[in-house]
Design a protein around this ligand. Sequence first.
Ligand code: BES
Ligand code: ZN
Ligand code: ZN
Length: 475
Amino acid sequence: MSLLKIDVRTSPLGTPDLIAFFIKGSPLPAGVPASEFDGSPGSTLLLRERTQRTLLVGLGDKEKIEPESLRRAAGTAIKQLLKIGSTEAALDLISFPDHVTPAVEGALLAGYKFAGFGKDADKKKRGVLTKLQVLVGEHELIRARAQAHDAEIIVNVTNTIRDIGNLPGNLLSPALLAEKAEELAKGRALTVKVWKESHLKRDGFGGILAVGRGSANPPRFIVLEYFGGGKKDKPIALVGKAITFDTGGISIKPGAQMDEMKWDKMGGCAVLGILLAAADLKLPLNLVGLIPSAENMPGPDAYRPGDIITTFDGKTIEVLNTDAEGRIILADAIAYARLTYKPSAIIEYSTLTGAVVMALGFRRAGLFTNEDKLRDALVVAGKTTGELVWPMPIDEEYKEGTQSEIANVKQIGGREGSACISASFVKTWAEEIPFAHIDIAGTAWTTKPPAHLEAGATGFGVRLTLAALRAGLTV
Ligand code: BES
Ligand code: ZN
Ligand code: ZN
């Protein structure tokens, strides 16, 4: 999916289609009537001169311009140019030297198109840009080159996981996801270990095994390691839920929109993306990525409500609804992170609850943490990347909802506050390790895409976390 070469320069080379960002109220080029273009966000106007085309794209009012404005405007422009068969474009950022990162991100994210599976899938593909020029002032060249280079790395990885994420359940089993992780790690400074059922049984991963038991496609546990930091630096552990399809199991879901549960693996995909990009960027820190993966199906051997499960660290769970499967596989993975790596922090990503979508909708993910530094770093990174997170409570009082008479913890509490109860349930396995849970159920995929994305997997969490890590996230 690496579509193009980025060339950062001070003036256009050849005659690329020029993308000119336009602040509302600025003077229009001579001959353009104000009725044709007002510069509001999303508005465009194509000007054809003899040898070159210029696409004006609106940013809206000056006071309201933020990184996301450039990201979306660049996305709008690229989509439009691809439609008219453009192969080479130049982003004019001479007046926007501080917005190189979001503009390049928006352009490259908008260049992604999931090929699909039709017989004529190739023909339906949007055109592909072969070259993107980025125009900046002389004094900005060095910084802009570094920023464009990093944005390209991060978006390429994001688009790779969007591609994996968009695969349906019959084409992406836990075993295939693990194979993809192994393939992608090749040639990168990453190690991958994949644990099959025999290994999971031997080491007591009762949660992953229970959830996977209803399916003919056996579960996997994917362990990624990236050691770019000092030998003695504790790693940060990133844990991601990867249910390749969630039917709900014996507590089966209603049929409407059940197909969307192919995206129940996006937490795991995000973790894979973060590790891949960390290696490509050679980040000076240690990271481990832990991806428990299973398919949640009803079947003769499926786990059932009432079952008692023993997780990796010996804590037991009383199952009450097999559709709350994410927290069960996460319990194993978080306990494994804690006991194996003694990480400085655990950040966990999951499409965990419908309740968080009710609370926050589709633009913001729920961020549940007691650690001020983690919260602040992630909230700031959300604003820079447009992958917004909103702090939600995770106090001890939510634990009351999951007290069991017959096991260490009950899997679910009541409906009220259930996004918070779920968060405090998964936190149980982190014990004393600083912990953040990011519920991406509303943001992992989209049906009403913003200008820089298309319908389907968004890759949410990759740009967010890399921004936080690169800003020096410490706990
Ligand atoms: N994968 C779902 C959560 C989900 C629902 C994500 C809708 C995105 C959109 C999760 O496994 C689940 O089914 N959760 C249940 C929990 C309930 C049974 C306690 C839920 O949220 O309804
Ligand atoms: Zn479920
Ligand atoms: Zn699920």
